[in-house]
Design a protein around this ligand. Structure first.
Ligand code: S3P
Length: 439
């Protein structure tokens, strides 16, 4: 797919529903007694894998009409906290499903489950969940001790006090679900806070869950109560348009009803360090405006408006990484347009995403003219004020495909993205929405 230089990005759109929250709504819905009604469930390859997985373990899924933003109405009739039936589960490309679901399954004695997925999933480490689950008494096996397929046989679990070696929301979520079925409390501390969608949803379902400093503590539960979930727009999808508007001259883009969970919007603080001015609707002359903030469900949302900004290079370190993990490729792209150097460190987790996102970003952006150098745990970009264009390989990674598209619009000669169809993993309508903004 080819993306030619755009005159400007202009307009207002509601990005697709949040992927992380959609996965959790289906999984936690399956764990509840009774029906969970989800408004605005993301219709994408990854989240369809999660619907199929909860059906495989016995939950009933009823799909209603899609809303005007493409969000599905989904009703999940749960099997209850201890009612998952044995199954083989195909997680497709969904790392969140692969890492979070075993936590629930591990605490159900008598059951057996195998989780496997596509070629990319088979290279995603699962020892990060197998190891702490093992400490809880779980019976988990994986290939070479670290890769899928992953087999779980349900057993009696005990609560643990666990310090996450990496600030992963997927691992934290897995252990929180296991903690519901364990004997005694489970305490998980994290070096840096990560997205807390699971905590919010479990609290809404009646679980006893509390925060103490950098730790979250969950108590065993008899049952979870079902309720309604409203899924906000996905900040990680919206970020492509926000960053596009910052670097395509003449742009003015608004993204509406976007989730602004404080552990997801680390990109905004990186942007302000890069010189982007931010304010509310009443403040004039800002590059970015955050307005219409509201909280209709367990998650806050807002509208964000962006236009071109004079960018300067910035340093992004380990403290910034969990809150902006999926947006770091965009930071590299912005760095190409910034004055000075942008350096990202402490982000070796990027090597274990849908692709090795350090190599994919460095090779992809170099191929379209960037002055960028890879490091073991990040990259350094020297801003040259623009990008030439060329061919960028998405490497089967949805976020790389979207990065290539935005790079193309902001480039001088356009970008050909190979493997663009990977966008279906999180944002099947991306090209159409981008076309609507670029006129
Ligand atoms: C996710 C957490 C992040 C993120 C991924 C989705 C989640 O991964 O990169 O796209 O839904 O919890 P880690 O928690 O492994 O960093």
């Amino acid at each position: 797919m080819r993306f030619d230089p755009a005159g400007a990005l202009e307009g207002s759109l509601r990005p697709p529903p949040d992927k992380s929250i959609s996965h959790r709504a289906a999984l936690i819905g399956a764990m509840c007694d009774g029906p969970t009604r989800v408004t605005g469930f993301l219709d994408s390859a990854d989240t369809r894998s999660t619907l199929a997985a909860v059906e495989a373990v016995g939950a009933a899924v009823r799909e209603g009409e899609a809303d005007e933003h493409g969000g599905l109405f989904v009703e999940v009739e749960g099997v209850g906290l201890r009612g998952a039936r044995p199954a083989r589960i195909d997680v497709g490309n969904a790392g969140t499903l692969l890492r979070v679901l075993p936590g629930w399954l591990a605490g159900q004695p008598g059951g057996g489950w195998t989780l496997d997925g596509d070629d990319s999933i088979r290279s995603r480490p699962v020892d990060r969940v197998a190891e702490p689950l093992g400490r809880m008494g779980a019976d988990v096996d994986c290939r070479d001790g670290r890769l899928p397929p992953l087999t779980v046989r349900g057993s009696k679990l005990r609560g643990i006090d666990y310090e996450l070696p990496i600030a992963s929301a997927q691992v934290k979520s897995c252990l929180l679900l296991a903690g519901l079925l364990a004997q005694g409390e489970t305490r998980i501390s994290s070096p840096v806070p990560s997205r807390d969608h699971t905590e919010r949803m479990l609290a809404a379902a009646g679980a006893s869950i509390r925060r103490e400093g950098n730790a979250v503590i969950v108590a065993p539960a008899e049952a979870l109560e079902s309720g309604d979930v409203v899924v906000p727009g996905d900040f990680s999808s919206a970020a492509f348009f926000i960053c596009g508007a910052l670097i395509v001259p003449g742009s003015e883009v608004e993204v509406r009803e976007v989730g602004i969970n404080r552990n997801r919007i680390g990109l905004l603080s990186i942007l302000s360090r890069m010189g982007v001015t931010m304010g509310g609707a009443h403040e004039s002359g800002r590059d970015m405006v955050v307005h219409e903030i509201r909280e209709p469900g367990p998650e806050p949302m807002a509208s964000l408006r962006a236009r071109p900004a004079a960018l300067s290079g910035a340093e992004v370190g380990p403290q910034d990484v969990p809150g902006a993990i999926d947006e770091l490729p965009l930071v590299a792209l912005l760095g190409c347009f910034a004055e000075g150097e942008t350096v990202v460190t402490g982000a070796d987790e990027l090597r274990r995403k849908e692709s090795d996102r350090i190599d994919a970003v460095v090779d992809g952006l170099s191929a379209v003219g960037a002055d960028i150098e890879g490091r073991p745990d990040g990259f350094a970009v020297r801003g040259t004020g623009g990008l030439r264009g060329g061919t960028l390989d998405a490497r089967g990674d949805h976020r790389m495909a979207m990065l290539g598209a935005i790079a193309g619009l902001a480039s001088r000669e356009g970008v050909e993205v190979t493997g663009f169809d990977a966008v279906a993993v999180s944002y099947p309508g991306f090209a159409g929405d981008l076309r609507a903004l670029s006129g």
